[in-house]
Design a protein around this ligand. Structure first.
Ligand code: BEZ
Length: 236
């Protein structure tokens, strides 16, 4: 039997987020139960005191308020220990100035995972990339504890934070308005409504004065004003 076939299966979109208890820079957490009722992004980084990770942590911390406005909490993880995490975050605050960000305090929890138990549960250890470090994983988890989006990046590639904010916004908009969001969607762009199901209904829609416009029977769009989207997705 190959070693990999014994590995824990990787969580998938639509699965309940695997649960675990962990020590973090903000005390112990019980995941995901403690976050029930909120969105949460669980993300991993390869190692403390490394440059790409530092740029990412400074960006996450700077954007934390914007995630919070979407009622989305942040939880980080690496296979380093707690004292390394504490020393690294202190160094970031006291010494690092990057792209106009300085004096950056990371207030969200950073999990210590020296045993790699959590990283393995979430498929964050990908031996082809590294067997001693977690890849840059992102799990977007909804208020019911269900995984809604997964992204894995390799060690060398820093994440795109506009995209992470866009993902949470789009998932929340999809839930709030029962729609889907097309390529590169941003609040204010047209959304996709469930398909008409038959050419006749689509034709009616195409000819009607309704604000739904069908490009063909399988592709119908409608506008939703940016303000309405934002009112639907922002924390009440
Ligand atoms: C970094 O964050 O810079 C990094 C971490 C691990 C491997 C390569 C780069």
């Amino acid at each position: 039997m190959e070693a990999d076939s014994q590995a824990t299966p990787m969580p998938r979109i639509g699965d309940k987020a695997p649960s675990f208890k962990a020590v973090t820079t903000q005390g112990d957490i019980q995941f995901p139960d403690q976050y029930a009722g909120s969105w949460v992004i669980l993300f991993s980084h390869p190692a403390d005191f490394t440059p790409v990770c530092t740029s990412e942590f400074m960006t996450f911390a700077t954007l934390e308020k914007q995630f919070e406005e979407l009622d989305c909490k942040l939880v980080g993880l690496s296979v380093d220990g707690l004292y390394s995490h504490i020393a690294w975050l202190r160094t970031i605050k006291e010494k690092i100035e990057y792209k106009g960000m300085k004096d950056v305090e990371v207030k969200f929890p950073l999990i210590e995972d020296i045993t790699m138990d959590v990283a393995r549960k979430y498929g964050m250890i990908q031996p082809g990339e590294s067997s001693t470090k977690a890849v840059r994983a992102v799990f977007v988890i909804d208020p019911k504890g269900v995984i809604r989006t997964i992204i894995y990046y390799p060690l060398s590639l820093g994440r795109n934070f506009d995209e992470l904010l866009r993902i949470v916004t789009a998932l929340k908009a999809a839930d709030a308005f029962s729609v889907a969001t097309p390529a590169d969607w941003r609040p204010g762009d047209d959304v996709i409504v469930p398909t008409a199901g038959s050419c006749g209904v689509a034709k009616e829609r195409m000819e009607s004065k309704s604000d739904i416009k069908c490009l063909d029977w399988f592709f119908c769009l409608k506008p939703i004003a940016k303000e309405e989207v934002l009112a639907g997705v922002k924390k009440k």
